[in-house]
Design a protein around this ligand. Structure first.
Ligand SMILES: [Zn+2]
Length: 222
């Protein structure tokens, strides 16, 4: 049979409808008089669509919206730090074992934080790439910081390594794995067995770090 219906609603509508909710559960809306067998066969006919939709939702993480309020928590290199709203300071956002933000900049908090994360990402990722490229004999062309939401890193055909600024929110070991992964793509483009062997040579416990990213990565949007 396949999938289970989590919520079933009959109403005065004329057609059957399937809704995949943001948590992946399935709601079926049906006309008052639709027969149960008809509903079941409708769901069966759409199993593939349901799975595809769920898959797409998994790739588009639901991230709680930040409000840039006093006491809110922000991640940096795997730790959580509290935000304090202060009267006025320059620059508007400072990090010193915790974040402080000028009251006057709260409205544009998202842009201010993003700029800060991007500058940290540029510093941290460039440093990492340089060190590891030297160690393993790679020659990346350049490091670019992107705002990608669903890809932590990628490797362009010209040898540019791209990393999302969001990556600096996760622990250093995980950043390290993403860097090693993209560096390995300079040698092997595809995710073939040879590729994973190479990643393993660079980073013997990469599976744990990759698992971490798959399990918790969704939380690090903004
Ligand atoms: Zn890859």
């Amino acid at each position: 049979m396949g999938t289970k219906i989590d919520k079933f609603v009959r109403s005065r509508r004329r057609t059957l409808a399937l809704i995949v909710e943001s948590d992946g559960s399935l709601t079926v809306r049906a006309p008052m008089r639709a027969a149960l067998a008809e509903i079941e066969s409708f769901v069966r006919d759409h199993l593939e669509w349901i799975e595809r939709t769920r898959e797409r939702m998994r790739l588009t993480p639901v991230v709680p919206q930040k409000r840039f309020m006093d006491g809110e928590k922000f991640h940096f290199l795997g730790s959580e730090y509290e935000l304090r709203i202060v009267h006025s300071q320059r620059p508007a956002l400072k990090f010193n074992g915790g974040f402080s933000l000028s009251r006057g900049a709260q409205q544009r908090g998202r842009a201010v934080f993003e700029r800060w994360y991007k500058s940290q990402a540029a510093r941290i990722l460039t440093e990492h790439v340089e060190r590891l490229a030297n160690q393993w004999g790679y020659e990346p062309r350049q490091v670019r910081i992107t705002s990608a939401r669903t890809r932590w890193g990628s490797c362009s055909p010209d040898g540019t390594l791209n990393f999302s600024w969001r990556l600096v929110q996760v622990p250093l070991e995980v950043i390290d794995y993403v860097v090693q992964h993209e560096l390995a793509h300079l040698r092997i483009r595809s995710h073939s067995r040879r590729f994973w062997k190479l990643v393993e040579r660079h980073c013997p416990d990469f599976r744990l770090r990759r698992k971490w990213l798959r399990e918790f990565g969704d939380k690090f949007g903004m």
